[in-house]
Design a protein around this ligand. Structure first.
Ligand SMILES: [Zn+2]
Length: 109
């Protein structure tokens, strides 16, 4: 029994489209539109069995799926006890936590 899997080239296009959707979501000033982009990106990811990158996962609330604009509709805090970065969504109040213990691979700064 083999699960129907999408061809690789289609996945690549879907990945590209997801990246574009997130980019556009970050550019628009309309929250509604940004949320819509997140919705579309999630649908694409589901359809093609794709995973969001770490950066992409942090850009939306995992409860209400609102696009999170830093300084606009999200509060970012460091929780040193949990060793996690907390993104509090101002739309629904949900706190999205991302542990930073395994974040050694990417050292930009
Ligand atoms: Zn939310």
């Amino acid at each position: 029994m083999q699960r129907r899997d999408k061809p690789e080239w289609q996945k690549e296009i879907a990945e590209e489209r997801i990246a574009i959707l997130f980019r556009e979501a970050g550019r628009t000033k309309e929250q509604k539109r940004a949320n819509r982009y997140v919705f579309l990106a999630r649908k694409l990811a589901m359809k093609f069995n794709l995973k969001f990158t770490r950066e992409q996962r942090r850009k939306f609330c995992h409860k209400c799926y609102a696009y999170l604009h830093p300084g606009r509709n999200v509060e970012v805090k460091i929780n040193s006890k949990l060793k996690a970065v907390e993104y509090k969504c101002k739309a629904c109040g949900h706190v999205n936590r991302y542990p930073y213990t395994k974040e050694k691979s990417k050292s930009k700064r």
